[in-house]
Structures are given as structure tokens and as C-alpha cells.
Design a protein around this ligand. Structure first.
Ligand SMILES: Nc1nc2c(ncn2[C@@H]2O[C@H](COP(=O)(O)OP(=O)(O)OP(=O)(O)O)[C@@H](O)[C@H]2O)c(=O)[nH]1
Ligand SMILES: [Mg+2]
Length: 356
């Protein structure tokens, strides 16, 4: 699904359950032969593993299948998707950083490989390129990119502080990729950001002014759209987007979007991933859960989805909505309004002078 969304044509799937990962190929020798046959019959040029591979797995698999077959793993696929979607300088830098670090972590064997990420290891020859030199060059590039990113983050932070000084509370959108965050953002901020390209349509955070439209005073806020979640993100990838995800930790209110129309099993997996990532990025802000896309399912299924969400979010308010049909959007805006009002009260109490 993720691969198809960036233009891969699907030839076949091979599944193997093993007690342990085969030391040289991850899959067992029998399965490896099946894979070889499938690649030949389907005239495949790429083999994607849904698990993570070590550099020696990739090396051995490529050797076995032949040099013109690309072998990539889940993390490289995610990075490829990111690459396709990166339109801002910030996202491009974040991805280049993640790739460099990922390949660096794969080490010496990796730079001997052809065709995996040739574009950034342009000089990959027959493997006699001095590793030390490669390593030094890569480290230099990494720290240059880190500096550039730091600059971008600083500017964004300044902007955010200025908005806070103006008294605008910050509402951040979070949730699994493709849950409908940008659709909602466009709706309330009267924007036209891209939606629906498939996983990771959005990579860069955007902030816009919006209003709940409920009262003259105190109904304005800043809404932040951001990158979606996915389970088992590699720490290097997660770290590359840490500053982006960090926006969630500093928000006054987080709207957690969940695609309530998913079947129970994937739904639960995604809800679990969301709660995990929110914990990892240390979100302590209040959360409203938007169970989106209820236009696609029956009332019973809405109930069932809510029960599944409740298992992982014991106290948060869950509001079933449809951004597509506008269903219950007014309820959601009201809930946002109430949250922001109570926030304003506590801020005022905190800042009003004491008379004692
Ligand atoms: N049926 C239905 N489809 C929706 C609804 N909200 C969003 N969608 C569709 O779901 C898809 C994903 O929406 P996006 O708004 O791009 O989702 P996102 O959470 O921003 O995704 P990422 O940027 O990848 O994290 C698009 O095709 C939307 O048209 C809804 O309420 N009902
Ligand atoms: Mg989006």
C-alpha cells in the first residue's frame, strides 16, 4: 500500500513466519528460492522487506538475487516515500539527515553495495573507496545539515513565541498518517494544502490562524498541521523529525486524529502506535480525540471503534466526526473552544497579581 502510493507496481507477496531470523538472508533457504522464482516470473526489479534488515542481510540477498535487483527494507521504503513528498527545505534536510545517518549506521559493507541509495553515495565503486574518508565526509555533511536545521527551528520557535505573546493558544494536530489531519486543517484555516496522496502526504509543520467562530473574544487560535505517525519508526527517522513532533509537546491542546473507519485490527494497531508516540515525544498537553471518517461506517461500528480507542485513552474526550461531511464539526469546535477558555482562565489566574 505504501509502496504503491509512490508508484511501485505490485508483483507478489511472500510471507514467512520463522522463530528466528536466518543469519544470512533473514528468510530461510527454501523461501529464498521461492523469492528468486517470484522475482524471475514477475520480472520484479525491487524486493521490499517489511521488516528492518541489517547491512549484511541486504548484501547477501543482493548477491544471491543478482546485482540488478534492489533489496530495500521497511525503513528505506519510508525514506523513499518521504523523499517523494518532501517539498520544503526543512523536510528535505530532515530526510537527507536521516538517510545519511541510516546508511552510516549500516557501515562499511553498505558502501560496497550498488544501487540501494546510489544517488547519495555517488562514488560507490567496487568497494575500494577508503572507508575512513567516506566516513569523514559523511560526518561533515551531517553536521552541516544539523546546523542548517537548527537555524530553521530557531526561526520557527521565535515565530511561535511571538504568537504566544499575542495571546493565541496553539492547537496541534496529531495522528496516524492518512487520518484526515490536513483535511481538517484546510477546513478550519481556509487553506488548500495537499491531501490524499497516500501515507505521509504532509511532512512539514504548518501554522495558520483559525477560529472556533463561537464568540467575539477568545475564539482565535493557531492551528498546526504536521507529519503523521506510523508504528515502529526507526529511531534515526524519528529523531530526524523530532523537532517537528516536538511541536506537539509545546501545544496548548492536541487534536488526535484517528481513522475510525479502519477495521478493528488495524485500528487497534494504529491507536496503540499513536499512544506510544505521544508518550515518546512527551506530550502532556490535553488531548481531544477526533474519531474521523464516520461517514464511511455504521453507527455500530462507530461505537466499536470508540471502544477500541478507549482502551488506550482512558480519560480523553472522544468525538466522532466526519471532516468530509462536516458531521459534528460544530461539536468539535465547541470542545476546542471550551478547552481554550479554561486554559485562558488558568493563565489569567497564574499571571494576575497577588494581593496579600
Ligand atoms: N470518507 C472520508 N474521507 C476523509 C475524511 N477526512 C479525510 N478523508 C480522506 O482521507 C485521506 C487522507 O486525508 P489527509 O487529510 O491527507 O490525512 P492526513 O492525516 O493529513 O495524512 P498525512 O499527511 O499523510 O499524515 C484523503 O483522501 C481525504 O480526502 C472523512 O471525514 N471521510
Ligand atoms: Mg497531512
Amino acid at each position: 500500500m505504501m509502496a504503491e502510493s509512490i508508484g511501485y507496481e505490485f508483483v507478489g507477496t511472500l510471507v514467512q513466519r520463522r522463530k528466528s531470523v536466518h543469519h544470512s538472508y533473514t528468510i530461510g533457504p527454501g523461501r529464498l528460492n521461492d523469492l528468486e522464482r517470484m522475482v524471475e516470473e514477475g520480472e520484479a526489479d525491487t524486493v521490499i522487506f517489511t521488516n528492518a534488515l541489517t547491512s549484511s542481510h541486504v548484501f547477501n540477498l543482493t548477491q544471491h538475487l543478482g546485482g540488478d535487483i534492489r533489496v530495500i527494507d521497511r525503513n528505506l521504503l519510508i525514506l523513499e516515500v518521504f523523499d517523494k513528498r518532501a517539498f520544503t527545505n526543512e523536510a528535505k534536510l530532515q530526510i537527507r539527515l536521516a538517510k545519511l545517518k541510516y546508511t552510516l549506521s549500516w557501515g562499511r559493507e553498505f558502501i560496497k553495495l550498488r544501487g540501494i541509495m546510489g544517488e547519495q553515495l555517488g562514488w560507490m565503486g567496487p568497494g575500494d573507496y577508503p572507508y575512513q574518508e567516506y566516513y569523514r565526509a559523511a560526518r561533515n555533511r551531517i553536521s552541516r545539515i544539523e546546523d542548517e536545521l537548527e537555524d530553521i527551528y530557531q526561526k520557527k520557535m521565535l515565530k511561535r513565541d511571538r504568537r504566544r505573546e499575542l495571546g493565541f493558544p496553539i492547537v496541534a494536530l496529531a495522528g496516524y498518517t492518512q487520518a484526515g489531519k490536513t483535511s481538517f486543517f484546510n477546513r478550519v484555516a481556509h487553506e488548500g494544502k495537499t491531501v490524499g496522496l497516500g501515507p505521509f502526504t504532509t511532512l512539514t509543520t504548518y501554522a495558520r490562524r483559525a477560529t472556533t467562530g463561537l464568540s467575539e473574544t477568545g475564539s482565535e487560535f493557531i492551528i498546526i498541521d504536521s507529519i503523521g505517525f506510523i508504528e515502529d519508526m526507526h529511531p534515526i527517522i524519528l529523531k530526524a523529525f523530532h523537532a517537528t513532533l516536538g511541536e506537539l509537546a509545546t501545544a496548548d491542546l492536541v487534536l488526535l486524529f484517528i481513522d475510525a473507519s479502519d477495521d478493528p485490527f488495524p485500528l487497534e494497531r494504529k491507536v496503540r502506535a499513536c499512544s506510544q508516540i505521544l508518550r515518546e515525544v512527551d506530550v502532556t498537553s490535553p488531548i481531544i480525540i477526533c474519531a474521523n471518517k464516520v461517514d464511511k461506517i455504521t453507527a455500530e461500528r462507530v461505537e466499536e471503534s470508540q471502544r477500541i480507542i478507549r482502551k488506550y485513552f482512558l480519560n480523553e474526550e472522544i468525538i466522532p466526526i466526519s471532516v468530509k461531511t462536516d458531521q459534528a464539526l460544530d461539536t468539535l469546535l465547541m470542545a476546542i473552544h471550551n478547552h481554550l477558555q479554561s486554559l485562558r482562565v488558568t493563565v489569567n489566574q497564574r499571571t494576575s497579581p497577588k494581593h496579600d
